[in-house]
Design a protein around this ligand. Structure first.
Ligand code: BDP
Length: 632
């Protein structure tokens, strides 16, 4: 009998092995350099209409859909799938995307890669029916080399399977029993879990045997002399290169050489023009591998010379205090879902400038790369946040470890992707992680946990440490939930807190809310002695609803609450920034607190029309600018 069982097991294992497909894991380094078109490198944007097919029974792999989809429909890429159809709003299960492309003849002899900007949440790729790679995490790109899998002189089939199943051991965790954000679909966070290929898919090349793999730029200045340190990592046999910095009519070129695969050069810039929101000046940096008359690879980027630091009460940009005024945002627009919408992005920057804002947080996940390029050019300061929203630490240790590994991966990827943007001044490792004490009130049915606050502190502490090791030039923070432990906040360079006095507590009662808010802020500062920033405060307002007396959901109440927070902040010299929640109304799951499946805390509507609060902020923030510039 035992022999029989063993034989069956061997047979099952062998069969599984025969059909098991080997998917590589993505490497963070491969997303460091955005695909670039220059004299040497090529790229092809695969945006457009793709084939699409839902796989609710999960039979696609077995039926080998990667060999060509049948009975498919059309879908736009980029764009979430949820609102492109009439029957898929809440569909989060498996779905398949397919497109076909020729590879340009001129790319022969090059290394060819595919880069997927965002596949939410878990993706697997096949090229011409052959398994390539997989990636977990929906808001960060991933890339794989595909050279060996391609065909020439005929089309190549690219198949991407995506699913967005909400699970407690994923990040952001979903389907958490008793979560305070319980909605349908069961996201345990307060935004709609838009699924699919939300950003562009690119093919791109690098030179075949020798190329630039990674570039890290750090800047500093001393009096009027700036310095740009460029660290280049290469692949292949080459020992030298040059760096050319240009800007303001100056051109400074210096040669550098490699030791192993790394080469560094520091370029000094006399009479440097520093980068800041008032003057977002960018220098061009061109890195060439090989000699000037025989270049092997090029990569060009832009950098702003600036420093960022903190003292006990302030954030310092270029050594001078800077006050952050702005918003927490979302990537969210009707029909597109979380899909890239360049005109909306341009409009958002226009509107942020119109309000007098100088900064925003990429709540609650990293945004499309263009946001960061735009912020560099327009002079916005970014708090760059990972997708770690709503973490908790008191279910089984396997789930906690799984979330820890994903958070670590996200941070590696995020820093790899965004480290060269002057606009990024802080890495935010998590938004509103829940301590057990709060979880017990909000969550039910969890196993009784032990020392969850210590587990949570160690978890967050490790993430902050990871960030500091990888990038000591920026600030590292996490954003604390109302009622969360003050001792966790001691980990953060800036005490970032979300506060909803007057909304979720003391609803409609602003005088009481005001007393609590002021008292709490003083207590936090006096305990931790670090600058404080309120990263979220706000009230839902239905555009067009008005009231004479304090009445929730009215535009007047939203203005009054925002004003109350700003007034109190103005009386505290340790407050270093105030971000209103939210820039615009955004889609959520369906729940009793979310009228029409929307969070209405936007100061603009979802289609970017101003509510009274937007006009209020414009007046208020421009007055501050005038006061500062007139020295009052
Ligand atoms: C905070 C969350 C944010 C929510 C906001 C709200 O950080 O994602 O949208 O509350 O309830 O707790 O509006």
């Amino acid at each position: 009998m035992i022999k029989k069982i063993i034989n069956v097991i061997i047979l099952v294992v062998l069969t599984a092995h025969l059909y098991a497909q080997d998917f590589k894991l993505a490497e963070a380094k491969d997303i460091a350099l955005f695909p670039q078109q220059n004299e040497i490198r090529n790229r092809l944007n695969l945006s457009g209409i793709w084939k699409f097919k839902k796989d609710s029974m999960g039979v696609g792999e077995q039926e080998e859909w990667f060999n060509g989809l049948t009975d498919y429909c059309s879908i736009a890429v980029p764009g979430s799938w949820n609102d492109q159809f009439t029957d898929s709003h809440n569909y989060l299960d498996l779905a398949w995307y397919e497109t076909e492309t020729y590879i340009p003849k001129g790319w022969k002899g090059e290394r060819i890669f595919i880069r997927v900007g965002s596949a939410n949440y878990f993706a697997k790729i096949w090229i011409n029916g052959k398994p390539l790679g997989q990636h977990e995490g929906g808001h960060i790109p991933f890339a794989f080399e595909i050279t060996q899998l391609l065909k020439w002189e005929s089309t190549n089939r690219i198949t991407i399977q995506v699913e967005n199943i909400l699970e407690p051991d994923r990040v952001a965790p979903g389907n958490v029993e008793g979560s305070p954000f319980s909605s349908y679909p069961k996201a345990s966070f307060d935004f709609f879990p838009f699924a699919g290929l939300n950003r562009a898919v690119w093919l791109y090349t690098t030179p075949s045997s020798t190329s630039i793999r990674d570039i890290t730029i750090n800047t500093d200045f001393n009096s009027t002399t700036g310095s740009i340190e460029v660290l280049v990592e290469k692949i292949g046999k080459i020992n030298n290169g040059t760096i050319l910095i240009s800007g303001e009519g100056k051109k400074i070129e210096i040669p550098f050489s490699f030791s192993g695969n790394e080469g560094t050069a520091v370029i000094e810039i006399p009479d440097v023009r520093l980068w800041s929101p008032d003057d977002p000046f960018l220098y061009d940096v061109l890195i060439t591998l090989g000699s000037k008359n025989k270049p092997i690879d090029f990569y060009q980027l832009k950098t702003g010379v600036r420093t960022i630091a903190v003292n006990e009460k302030e954030i310092l940009l270029n050594g001078a205090p800077i006050y952050l005024k702005g918003f927490g945002k979302h990537e969210d627009f009707p029909i597109f879902g979380r899909g890239t919408t360049p005109p909306v992005m341009i409009k958002d920057f226009e509107l942020m400038k119109w309000t007098g804002a100088n900064s925003f947080r990429t709540s609650h996940y990293p945004y499309d790369e263009e946001f960061y390029n735009m912020a560099d050019r327009e002079g916005f300061l970014i708090i760059d946040e990972t997708p770690a929203v709503g973490l908790f630490f008191y279910d089984d240790s396997t789930s906690v470890s799984k979330r820890r590994a994903i958070c670590k991966q996200y941070l590696d990827e995020l820093i790899s992707r965004d480290k060269n943007h002057p606009s990024v001044i802080m890495w935010c490792v998590a938004n509103e992680p829940f301590p057990e004490s709060l979880g017990r009130g909000g969550f039910t049915g969890m196993p009784k946990a032990f020392e969850s606050d210590a587990v949570g502190k160690a978890f967050l502490g490790n993430l902050i440490k990871q960030v500091k090791e990888k990038d000591p030039t920026r600030l590292a923070v996490f954003v604390g939930v109302m009622g969360g432990p003050a001792e966790w906040l001691s980990l953060s360079d800036v005490i970032c807190i979300n506060r909803y006095w007057g909304w979720y507590t003391n609803v409609g009662d602003l005088p009481t809310a005001k007393a609590y808010l002021g008292g709490e802020m003083d207590k936090l500062y006096n305990t931790l002695k670090k600058p404080v920033m309120i990263t979220e405060f706000g009230a839902d307002a239905i555009a067009g609803k008005h009231a004479v007396e304090d009445e929730i959901y009215s535009e007047e109440y939203q203005v009054k609450l925002i004003k109350m927070f700003l007034d109190i902040a103005d009386t505290k010299d340790y407050v270093t920034g105030m971000h209103v929640w939210n820039f615009a109304d955004f889609r959520t799951g369906q729940g009793l607190m979310r009228v029409g499946g929307m969070n209405l805390k936007g100061v603009f509507t979802q289609d970017r029309k101003p509510k009274m609060a937007a006009h209020f902020l414009r007046k208020r923030w421009f007055e501050t600018i005038q006061k500062i510039s007139s020295g009052k």
